[in-house]
Every structure is written in C-alpha cells, then in structure tokens.
Design a protein around this ligand. Structure first.
Ligand code: HMG
Ligand code: MG
Length: 293
C-alpha cells in the first residue's frame, strides 16, 4: 500500500497543490503500485493539507489507464465516510489506536468511542460494497503513554476484524519498534487474526523500518505500507518521521527475489521529482544511492 499521497504529505507545512498530488498519484500508478492511499476525509481544521480530498478523488487517473489500481482514503467517522462515498471511494480506512493518549490527541475520543463510531461506517460500507481497511496505531509505543502492551494491540485488531476489515494495518506510528518488539506484537496479534490479514505500517524514525519489514515478512506478513521517498509523519505524533521508503522496500524485495510488480527506476525518478517539489533530497537510502550513480 503506497501511502505517500496521504501519510507522506499530511504533515507538510506548506500546502502541496492538488495538481502536484494528482501528478504524484499518476506517477506512482505508472511505476506499478496497485494500492494507493490517495487522501483523508478528515476535518480540514485538524489536517489542513488533506482539505482537497474531493478534488483528489475527482482527478484520479482514469480506470481505463490503470485498471488494476485501487485507491483508498481515510475516514474517521460517518461524516467522512459519507463524503468519501459521495466522491466515489471504493475503499476506505478507519483508524483506531492501541493507546488512549494517541486516540484522544489524534481523533479526539477514547479507543472504545472510536470503535463505536466505526460501526455505522462498516454497516454503510457493506451496503454499498465499499471495502474497509482497519488501522491500529501505536502498536509498539505511544508518544504520550509510552510502551504499548501487545495484548492491547491484539484486542483492537480483533475488534476491527470482527467489524469487517479486510485487512488490519499495524502502525508503528513513531517508528520506535525493533524486530524484537515488532515480533512480540505480531505474536499476540496472530492469536486473534490470521497473518494473511495483517499488514505492516512502519515509520522509520529510528531507522529500524526495513529491519521490521523483513522480520515481519519472515513471520509471514505479505502486505506492507510504504511512502515514496520516505515522506511523512503524523501531525499528532511529534517528532515521528516518514514511513519506510517505497524504494527501499522494493529494493529489499528485489534482492529477496520477491515479485512486487513495481519498477524501481520509475520509483526513484518519482521520489526525485516529489522531493524536488518539496525542496529536499529523497529520504531514502536507495534513491540517494541510485541518483548518485
Ligand atoms: P472533533 O473536533 O471531535 O469533531 O474531531 P466533531 O464531530 O466534534 O466536529 C467538529 C467539526 O469538525 C464540525 O464542524 C464537523 O462538521 C467537522 P463545525 O461544526 O465546527 O464547522 N467534522 C468534519 N469535517 C470534515 N470531515 C470530517 C469531519 N468530522 C467532523 N470527517 C475528528 C474529530 C475525527 C473529525 C478529528 O479529530 C480529525 O479529523 N482527526 C483526524 C486526524 C488525522 O487525520 N490524523 C492523521 C491520520 S492517522 C495517522 O497518520 C496514523 C496512520 O498513518 C497509522 C500509523 O502510522 O500509526 C493511519
Ligand atoms: Mg502512519
């Protein structure tokens, strides 16, 4: 799941134009990414960068050009879901947390309240044939509450699965995990959810994200979230940096002989382009190495 247009850009201070976001999505689709998180139907007061969500949906590349690409959008409540559905979304993501502190700061309610809020989203989505992905944030540690118990992650993941999520994305929001803590968390979650329904969403704050992906891959996970050029961060998780870079993941999987269907050269071009638009170098070791050649 390419989360660059959403997680990657949501924390940018300068407003990124809708045209730039759409060009980014087009370039990602062209590089071969088939699942792209395109926008968030959240409150523009909370995340101004995602305010153009309806324009993004209206401007997505045509299905004729990229028939196999799915676009997903974040929806925190029924209001967001209804707006996303009206804009043509075929997949949405709800996002809960495994820590109370982050839940309050990020979506202004407790974990239990958030799960209650999602019930009507799952009901409406089912009626309309819209797929729902479920996120659990702070699966290793919380910027407000400290270390998070793996059992708490499992509890929230189990509920999101029971409500009807097709997949649970496990977010190391502040990138504090190491293969040891990530595997302890996965062992707990695996007791309540089949591994094939789990995805790893690892931020790279401490430089452990590639190691965490590899450990999770060996554990049996086959779905990972990443962000072009390693962009990103959460406005409600101070100091957290971007997701693992998509280029770094593709390089890792190419080396392992795992098919991703993604063209690494096209990805590096895209990382170079979007980083240039944001006035910096790509935050990806692979992109920097390939661009230096
Ligand atoms: P609230 O202030 O409690 O909401 O925010 P409310 O229901 O009291 O409504 C207040 C105002 O917001 C009202 O407008 C509503 O209409 C409006 P007013 O009457 O004041 O003009 N409103 C909305 N507007 C647009 N879209 C909506 C919406 N809902 C209400 N959907 C709320 C609660 C959830 C809305 C807010 O806290 C919010 O938008 N939070 C989103 C924060 C966010 O996007 N964080 C980043 C994404 S999560 C993440 O990055 C982690 C992840 O990557 C995984 C990981 O790394 O761990 C996924
Ligand atoms: Mg994230």
């Amino acid at each position: 799941m390419e989360v660059g247009p959403r997680d990657g850009l949501q924390n940018e201070k300068e407003v990124v134009s809708t045209a730039t976001k759409l060009e980014l999505i087009e370039r990602l689709a062209k590089a071969g990414l088939q699942d792209i998180e395109a926008a968030s139907f959240v409150s523009p007061k909370w995340v101004p960068q995602m305010a153009d969500h309806a324009e993004i949906m209206a401007g997505l590349p045509s299905a004729e050009r990229y028939p196999n690409v799915n676009y997903s959008v974040l929806t925190p409540n029924l209001k967001g879901f209804e707006a996303a559905a009206a804009a043509g979304a075929r997949e949405v993501a709800v996002f809960a947390a495994a820590s109370e502190g982050f839940s309050q700061k990020n979506i202004n309610c407790s974990i239990a309240e958030s799960l209650e809020r999602f019930v009507p989203i799952f009901e409406a989505a089912k009626q309309q044939g819209i797929r729902v992905r479920g996120y659990v944030s702070c699966v290793v540690a919380c910027p407000y509450d400290g270390p998070v118990a793996p059992e708490k992650v499992a509890q929230v993941a189990a509920r999101l699965l029971e409500l009807g999520s097709y997949e649970i994305s496990l977010g190391d929001t502040i990138g504090a995990g190491t293969p040891a803590s990530v595997l302890r968390m996965l062992e707990a979650v695996e007791r309540v959810a089949p591994v094939r329904k789990l995805a790893g969403h690892y931020h790279d704050t401490y430089g452990m994200a590639v190691a965490n992906v590899y450990a999770s891959y060996q554990f049996g996970l086959r779905s990972f979230d990443s962000s072009i050029a390693g962009l990103g961060g959460c406005p409600y998780a101070k100091g957290a940096t971007g997701n693992v870079a998509t280029e770094d993941l593709v390089y890792l999987f190419n080396g392992l002989g795992v098919q991703t269907g993604v063209d690494l050269d096209a990805l590096v071009d895209c990382a170079d382009w979007i980083s240039g638009m944001l006035g910096r170098a790509p935050n990806s070791r692979v992109s920097r190495a390939m661009l230096a050649k």
